[in-house]
Design a protein around this ligand. Structure first.
Ligand SMILES: Cc1cc2nc3c(=O)[nH]c(=O)nc-3n(C[C@H](O)[C@H](O)[C@H](O)COP(=O)(O)OP(=O)(O)OC[C@H]3O[C@@H](n4cnc5c(N)ncnc54)[C@H](O)[C@@H]3O)c2cc1C
Length: 415
């Protein structure tokens, strides 16, 4: 039977970082991945340019049932530690917006860095490897004489490569999003097998879908705006994000919507300010003072895309009367009606596009059952969980990769 110090299940962002860091400590490390190549999500991330971290990483940018869990790892392996690594490879990168750091060239440059780190430290990567079972070793193997404690096998895996024994197992199998890229629930199954709890999981950082209702043909309205993008401020569950919104054939997308989807639960109302940097009340009052005779839609089109304004006014029958009057004739109540419609428009999404398009899985292995220092299961020495498989979900903007790097690096110090 083969023996390695550490088996890393899953060669994504967290698994590659963990494997390279553990091997640098002198451990023999294998990565087992069932896909035909490792790091597929890195390659498809950030529109092919990988938003690999963010200048402004704070624990508040992460959601978890235990919001304190991420604090320690994020402070022990920071965005600047990752920048030091990319600096070693002279990676050209740029800040796009809100501290988000992207490769100048291609996401494959980040994968190249991780693979080089694995290669130089001696990590062995097995792709297309199927993990059939993972079990604790029997006492006979554990007590094998003349074997130092830190290399005594604690687990045996049955795989398509045969049987492998190891001292530590790192579960880095990620979440459920994009099944076509190799996502599976293996990490959750392993957690349950060893008695760890798993929090409910949801597709997150994901577009919203809508349905038509008799009183409000919401979906039809969004379909006629498909492709229109505008800056908004969107709120739900006391959280707000000011970024771009994109109308789609299924409903709403764009960074603002993906961000708020992290906080959205089925049935929640989402409030959208389509004019976050202006006051419509002041704009209209000014028009009245200046006796501006322009039509409402022309005034609004100075601040928002014309197609949006036209469809929005046509789709809200309550506004019909207003569009027939001149702005000079508007009462306070008329203005208030418009203010609500453009600054505080409310909708209840029917659902999300699901794991097919979600960037992450919210929820996962219960952090109460894992050490925030070592990432080891509290009740199973030698079994570690890192990355997205844990109940830690970052905002859009490089936060999820930083979590993968930080958790992978920290676990590697203890395997
Ligand atoms: C389209 C898209 C774009 C994204 N863009 C960004 C971005 O720009 N910035 C950012 O911070 N985050 C981004 N993310 C999120 C980010 O990719 C993930 O949070 C991150 O990859 C999680 O790392 P991980 O190592 O935990 O899991 P993953 O990277 O998903 O890796 C898991 C690995 O485990 C393997 N695996 C799964 N099941 C098994 C099994 N049964 N047996 C063996 N191996 C298995 C998989 O093949 C995979 O290689 C994006 C996600 C998507 C889907």
């Amino acid at each position: 039977m083969q023996y390695v110090d550490c088996i890393v299940m899953g060669g994504g962002a967290a698994g590659l970082m963990c494997a390279a860091s553990a091997a640098k400590r002198g451990k023999s490390v294998w990565i087992l991945d069932h896909a035909n190549k490792v790091g597929k999500k890195i390659l498809m991330s950030g529109g092919g340019r990988c938003n690999f971290t963010n200048y402004f990483i704070e624990p508040e940018n992460f959601l978890s049932t235990n919001p304190h869990f991420c604090i320690s790892a994020l402070s022990r392996y920071t965005q600047y530690d990752f920048l030091e690594l990319v600096g070693k490879y002279d990676l050209a990168y740029h800040e796009k917006t809100l501290g988000q750091l992207f490769c100048d060239n291609k996401a494959k440059d980040i994968l190249h860095i991780l693979l080089s780190e694995c290669d130089t430290s001696g990590v062995v990567i097995h792709t297309q490897c199927h993990i059939e079972t993972l079990d604790s070793c029997g006492s006979q193997e554990k007590n094998s004489e003349n074997v130092p404690d830190d290399v005594k096998p604690r687990f045996i895996l049955q795989t398509s490569l045969g049987e492998v024994a190891c001292h530590s197992v790192v579960v880095a199998t990620g979440g459920l999003s994009i099944p076509t890229m190799g996502a599976t629930g293996l990490g959750y199954d392993v957690a349950k097998q060893f008695g760890l709890r798993v929090k409910p999981r949801y597709a997150s950082l994901v577009p919203f879908t809508f349905k038509d209702h008799q009183h409000m043909p919401l979906l039809s309205m969004m379909q006629s705006l498909a492709g229109v993008a505008l800056p908004v401020s969107v709120s739900c569950q006391n959280q707000s994000f000011s970024e771009a919104l994109l109308f789609t054939h299924k409903g709403l997308s764009g960074p603002a919507i993906l961000q708020i989807s992290n906080y959205w639960n089925t049935g929640d109302t989402v409030t959208i300010d389509f004019l976050p940097h202006e006051s419509l009340e002041l704009i209209l009052q000014k028009c009245q003072q200046e006796n501006d005779r322009s039509e409402l839609k022309n005034i609004l089109s100075r601040y928002m895309p014309k197609r949006f304004v036209n469809v929005w006014l046509e789709s809200h029958p309550s506004l019909q009367a207003l569009t027939e009057k001149s702005v000079a004739q508007y009462s306070k109540a008329d203005i208030q009606q418009l203010v609500v419609l453009f600054h505080a428009w409310e909708c209840v999404p029917a659902g999300t596009e699901g794991y097919k398009t979600a960037e992450v899985t919210k929820g996962g292995v219960d952090t109460d059952d894992v050490s925030s220092k070592t990432f080891e299961a509290k009740k199973t020495p030698g079994l570690f969980f890192v990355g997205e498989v844990l109940d830690v979900t970052g905002w859009l903007g490089g936060y999820n990769f930083q979590w993968a790097w930080a958790s992978g690096y920290c676990a590697a110090q203890y395997v």
